[in-house]
Design a protein around this ligand. Structure first.
Ligand code: SF4
Length: 355
């Protein structure tokens, strides 16, 4: 493809963006802190869902200092329901890093931004281009798809070679005068027009430049090598109501939802009935001599994460105040109404919304 075509692609994208862009608070600023927070929230989260979180997060932590000085529990609480909690933990750690290593000033150089905890090439390029108008092309899933279709990239995009090819093309078509607009335009274009399924080719302003469209091969791109492996897990939660109190515990293992709170949990390798659960060692350990308490099955949820499906059963036990009840050590007994003070996973949140 000729150089003039690269200009034409970028011009067309920018023109399309000016007419179609959504008015969003992080687009009205070049403050790197705001851009950073918005980019992290929008990773793996749709704009509609992320919008309210962004507004709440910025209201609670309006600058680097406020975020660095907050407790991790507070940060996780603001993040509750968004998923991928390592993003929140990394934001918090990186804010402290900026306070300690960069005198509280958001770094301006690409390697310094890349050195922040949790910041990868995509986020660093987004901050460099949008906040500082430096010519760094961003490559997220949307950009990758648009480029692979426009240029019919046959190398699988999930291989090092495929990624390198896409990165080179992304940098070539970038408008160095307006990297901020170009980058936001191509990402928005991929999210709303050149979508993974049923792209809107009929109304696409880049149709004349698109090799995949010309060859009637849009559905073949992007080419991928591996299919994602998904693990199935089986969770059983026990919601105990005793004297207006319930029991929770902080997850501490290096697993999903580290440092979030949850009800007593038993995880089994396959799906299990309640009588089967009662015979497990974990059940004896948690409930000790209270093994005969009556549980009611309240809810079954199939909870999807990026690489895991968690089949979850929630059981509830209402224990009369007259009974002498306690759980094994390691659980916190809290007033039921106080549970909203603790950060919990989206899965627990779904249950609490219903009961
Ligand atoms: Fe994407 Fe279709 Fe436009 Fe090609 S013609 S860039 S596949 S929307």
């Amino acid at each position: 493809m000729e150089q003039s075509n690269f200009f034409a692609i970028s011009n067309t994208l920018q023109h399309w963006y000016e007419k179609n862009k959504r008015e969003l608070p992080w687009r009205e600023t070049n403050d790197p802190y705001i851009i950073w927070i918005s980019e992290v929230i929008l990773q793996q989260t749709r704009v509609n869902q992320g919008y309210d979180y962004f507004v709440r997060f910025i209201r609670r932590f309006p600058n680097i200092k406020a975020l660095a000085e907050a407790s991790e529990e507070d940060v996780l609480k603001q993040w509750q329901g968004l998923g991928y909690y390592s993003r929140a933990r990394n934001l918090h750690a990186a804010a402290k890093q900026i306070e300690e290593c960069f005198h509280g000033e958001f770094p301006k150089k690409y390697p310094d931004i890349l050195s922040l905890k949790g910041v990868g090439e995509y986020t660093a390029a987004a901050i460099m281009s949008i906040a500082y108008r430096a010519p760094f092309a961003v490559i997220d899933g949307n950009v990758l798809r648009v480029i692979s279709r426009l240029f019919m990239i046959d190398e699988p995009v999930d291989t090092a070679r495929g990624k390198k090819t896409i990165a080179e093309i992304a940098q070539t078509i970038l408008d160095p005068q307006h990297p901020d607009i170009h980058n936001q335009a191509i990402m928005d274009f991929g999210a709303t027009l050149c979508k993974p399924k049923q792209p809107k080719c009929a109304e696409c302003p880049l149709q004349a430049h698109c090799l995949a469209f010309a060859k009637n091969a849009v559905s073949k791109y992007p080419v991928k090598n591996k299919s994602t492996k998904t693990t199935k897990r089986y969770f059983h939660y026990f919601h105990i109501v005793y004297n207006n109190h319930t029991y929770i515990r902080k997850r501490e293992a290096n697993d999903i939802w580290k440092n979030l709170y949850e009800f007593p949990l038993i995880e089994t390798p396959t799906s299990s009935t309640f009588p089967e659960l009662q015979n497990t060692e974990a059940f004896c350990r948690i409930f000790k001599e209270n093994r005969s308490i009556v549980f009611t099955h309240k809810l079954h949820i199939k909870h999807m994460l990026s690489h895991q499906i968690i089949y979850t059963d929630f059981y509830e036990a209402k224990i009369p105040a007259s009974e002498n009840f306690s759980l094994s050590n390691g659980f916190q007994k809290i007033p039921i109404d106080n549970i909203s003070d603790f950060p919990v996973s989206r899965l627990i949140h779904k249950y609490l919304e219903k009961f």
